[in-house]
Structures are given as structure tokens and as C-alpha cells.
Design a protein around this ligand. Structure first.
Ligand code: ADP
Ligand code: MG
Length: 250
């Protein structure tokens, strides 16, 4: 039973400051994950390690070799912090950098070598992926969000649990999390769902929700929950519904 957990960059980093991680949060999350590490793929956001250099080099609009190097190395550093924290918490994981194993076309994942990820899972190792830059057949290069990775991996690995942790209690409408949302009732709430309060070049909550609605269309439901609250990660990994459930339309 494969489970996909995403931890938003808004939890792991200070999204308003370049290269500022939150080591206590990374350590807490690693300990929570260590209570149930089996058959788990971890995806983390890029947070300020990715969004700030990506914005500086205008990577959403322009091709910049230097920008690609700086942004990738920065997110790879955050990934290293996560992998180290998991090791300290007693669970083994390995980085899987999207730049090196997938290809985009017009910003969407077209090919992705999953064999190493599957092999890690078989051998009791948590693959750790992250929002990254990647080569793009149409544009030279583009950004691949952690949220897009979740949708792709959940489909490819037929995940049974898909839990997306962010710094809010779910999809908020008038300050409260919706218990559930589907493509059918999206128009009712669409105006309330926006980008990120921090720097996020991949669309904040709106981008996340659109990815997960695509996943729900393929028959795989997910939850968006607050990973900043202790205990929530374990609950989400158990398949409990907390936060907002992204349902398939009936
Ligand atoms: N309706 C909404 N519900 C929840 N969050 C929203 C909503 N509209 C905009 N947001 C923003 O989206 C942010 C979550 O997206 P993002 O910053 O990309 O987080 P992550 O780092 O988890 O990907 C929230 O912190 C909030 O600022
Ligand atoms: Mg985001």
C-alpha cells in the first residue's frame, strides 16, 4: 500500500526569506514520519529555497542557465536537510532529484524514470523528491512543483493514501476549511481560493487544488491538511480524513 506524503515548503522554510530553513520543524516532521515509514514516498516543496531564486531569475518566463543551476542547487540543499533529519530520526531515505530523472513538455511531466523509486520502496528506503527545475522539450526548462509530482506519482504508483500538508487547515472559505471539495462544487468556492501569502511561483493553494482535482478525476482522492500541527502527519498517513478531502465527482 503506497502512500504519498507532501510537506509544503511553507512549513519547512520561511517563505519570505531566501535559504532560511526551519530546522526544528524539519526535525519534528522527520520524527512524525519515523513512526510509520513503510511504503512511503515523501515529496517536499521548495519553499524559499526554490521560489525566491526562481523569481529572481524569472524562471517562469525566461530560460537562464545560471538560474537553473542556482535554483536546483538551492532546493537540493533543502532536500539534503530533510534526508539528514530523517536519518537522525532513525529512518533511512534517499534524495531523488526530479531534474535528473524526468522530462517536461510545456511544464507537464512527460517522462519519469520511476524504477529507482520502486526499488527504494522495496528495500525499505523512503524516496524523497522535491519541487525542482527540469528540462522541458518545448521551453528549454521549467519548474516542476511538488504538487505536480504528487499527482504524477500517486497515479503511477496507484497510491492508496495521498496527503498534502501545508501551513493552513485545508482549503479555506471564509476562514474555515471545507470538509471536502470536488470538481463539481469548485465553481461555488473558486473565487475564495488564491495564490500564496508567501513567495510561490507555482500557484499557492489554487495550483495545489487544481493538481489534486486532476488526480481525483483519475479516481484517487487526497487530503490537504495542516502539517504545522503536531500529530496531523501521523493521522493523515493513517488515511484519516482531516483538513479538506479532494473528492472525485460522482
Ligand atoms: N482559500 C484558501 N485556502 C487556503 N489557503 C489559501 C487560500 N487562498 C490562498 N491561500 C494561500 O495558499 C497558501 C498555501 O499554498 P503555498 O504557500 O503554496 O503552500 P505550500 O508551501 O504548502 O505549497 C496558504 O498559506 C495561503 O496563503
Ligand atoms: Mg506551493
Amino acid at each position: 500500500m503506497t502512500r504519498i506524503l507532501k510537506i509544503g515548503g511553507s512549513i519547512l522554510t520561511d517563505k519570505s526569506r531566501e535559504l532560511v530553513a526551519r530546522p526544528e520543524e524539519i526535525s519534528r516532521i522527520a520524527h512524525e514520519i519515523s513512526t510509520q515509514p513503510d511504503d512511503l514516498v515523501l515529496v517536499h516543496g521548495a519553499g524559499s529555497f526554490g521560489h525566491i531564486p526562481a523569481r529572481k531569475y524569472c524562471l517562469s518566463q525566461e530560460f537562464s542557465r545560471e538560474g537553473l543551476r542556482v535554483t536546483h542547487n538551492s532546493v537540493a540543499r533543502l532536500c539534503e536537510l530533510v534526508v539528514e533529519a530523517l536519518g537522525q530520526a532513525g529512518v533511512e531515505s534517499l534524495p531523488v532529484h526530479p531534474l535528473s530523472c524526468l522530462q517536461l513538455h510545456s511544464g507537464r511531466i512527460e517522462r519519469f524514470l520511476l524504477d529507482p523509486i520502486k526499488e527504494m520502496l522495496k528495500n525499505g528506503i523512503i524516496p524523497v523528491l522535491h519541487g525542482d527545475v527540469a528540462m522541458d522539450l518545448a521551453r528549454g526548462a521549467a519548474i516542476v512543483s511538488g504538487d505536480q509530482l504528487v499527482t504524477y506519482l500517486a497515479t503511477a504508483l496507484q497510491a492508496e493514501v495521498v496527503a498534502v500538508g501545508s501551513n493552513v487547515d485545508g482549503v479555506l472559505v471564509s476562514g474555515r476549511p471545507l470538509p471536502s471539495i470536488s470538481r463539481k462544487n469548485l465553481p461555488e468556492f473558486e473565487n475564495a481560493i488564491g495564490g500564496s501569502a508567501g513567495v510561490d511561483v507555482t500557484g499557492g493553494m489554487r495550483g495545489k487544488l487544481l493538481e489534486l482535482l486532476d488526480l481525483a478525476d483519475l479516481g484517487i482522492e487526497s487530503v490537504i491538511f495542516n502539517a504545522g500541527i503536531e500529530g496531523n502527519i501521523a493521522r493523515a498517513l493513517n488515511g484519516e480524513t482531516l483538513g479538506t478531502r479532494i473528492r472525485r465527482s460522482k
